[in-house]
Design a protein around this ligand. Structure first.
Ligand code: GLA
Length: 360
């Protein structure tokens, strides 16, 4: 059921507006965004839709195809439910249009949640698009993305970077977005012609606000303080010797080396060199497994299986601690590689394919 149908069946009336936003897969550059570094995400076909109606009182009434119905008010405390996103969106939109009050909202989504594919950012972007369009507020996509990030920081509790919101708000299908998180400059680069990115869910999920993510962010901030740089984006590998704490050293090593890999990956994508790009994906996964310690047995198993079955490279995508793997494979081997992985990894399932052929 789409969100407009869900809205109608729950509220017994038509919504005033329906908007949608896509999820993303990150091809390379993990946890670099909150260190002002580089990322290379791309949109996935799955999206999230919201249908809304603004109310004259302070109530928020919500129905979600995945999480069921909830009621609250704009002034209630955050309670860890999906209504925190609604409260956040209303709070920031009130700054642009003070007459906004409560809201009725229906959400339906085909993006697997807690899987590293940015279902949260898609909810923020779809909501912000709906409210701003409805109130005739003219606002640029990047500004919408920045507000989405603030909803995470102030209402959800995840101290995330800006990658997901920029990808969801500004992404173009079939293109990777090279984003410099220091100045928010973007460059769109078409994906490979004869190779595809396959997204396979490992079968394990995680909840982003459950501490580990923020812990990693704090560890990298500590590293930048020790190295006396404004962010790890400005640090180099040979500076690592100045860090004594072995954990902080490993975390910094991942970020510094990952930024370097993104820069190289962008040039391999532009030069149509999938073999070298795939090698970088494998070293990125190793770095996340051993230095950043955000992988899981299920994710590692999918990566091993992908490489064993002829993929060019594979890595976990998104925040980690569960979720999805992105795999680079030749178009003609896409089916056989995916099938072999699904046979070998009992909990895994296919989520999407990003391919120039399929998207054009
Ligand atoms: C989550 C966050 C992003 C980014 C990734 C890891 O998706 O929302 O900002 O940090 O994890 O790369």
């Amino acid at each position: 059921m789409n969100s407009a149908e869900l809205f109608y069946s729950f509220f017994q009336k038509e919504p005033t507006i329906t908007t949608s936003a896509h999820g993303r897969v990150n091809l390379i550059g993990e946890h670099t965004d909150y260190n002002n570094g580089f990322v290379l995400p791309s949109l996935i076909p799955q999206s999230l839709q919201v249908s809304i109606n603004l109310r004259d009182d302070d109530k928020i009434i919500g129905i979600s195809s995945e999480f069921g119905e909830l009621q609250s008010s704009i002034s209630s405390l955050n309670d860890g439910t999906w209504l925190d996103f609604i409260r956040g969106a209303i709070y920031f939109c009130q700054k642009l249009s003070p007459t906004i009050k409560g809201m009725e909202v229906a959400v339906s989504s085909s993006i697997p949640s807690g899987s590293g594919l940015s279902s949260s950012a898609a909810l923020e972007i779809a909501l912000l698009k709906a409210i701003t369009q409805l109130k005739g507020i003219s606002i640029q996509s990047q500004e919408i993305a920045k507000i989405g990030q603030q909803i995470e920081h102030q209402f959800v509790g995840t101290q995330c970077g800006i990658m997901d919101q920029i990808a969801s708000a500004c992404g173009i299908f079939g293109q990777a977005i090279f984003l410099d998180c220091e100045n928010l400059q973007t460059k769109s680069i078409p994906v490979f012609l004869q190779h595809s990115f396959v997204i396979i869910h490992s079968g394990s999920t995680r909840k982003l606000s459950h501490g580990k993510y923020n812990e990693r962010k704090n560890e990298t901030l500590k590293a930048s303080k020790i190295l006396e740089v404004p962010s790890l984006r400005h640090a180099t590998i040979d500076q690592l010797m100045k860090i004594d704490d072995p954990i902080i050293k490993k975390r910094a090593k991942h970020i510094i080396s990952e930024n370097d890999r993104v820069i190289k990956a962008v040039s391999y994508l532009e030069q149509d060199d999938p073999i070298s790009f795939g090698e970088l994906m494998n070293s990125s996964h190793q770095s996340m497994r051993d230095d950043y310690e955000i992988s899981s047995d299920e994710l590692n198993q999918v990566v091993v299986s992908a490489n064993k079955n002829g993929a060019q490279g594979a890595r976990l995508t998104g925040a980690g601690f569960g979720g999805c793997v992105v795999i680079l494979t030749k178009n003609e081997e896409l089916k056989s590689v995916s099938e072999s992985i699904l046979e070998e990894c009992s909990k895994a399932y296919l989520v999407a394919t990003i391919s120039k052929e399929l998207n054009s």
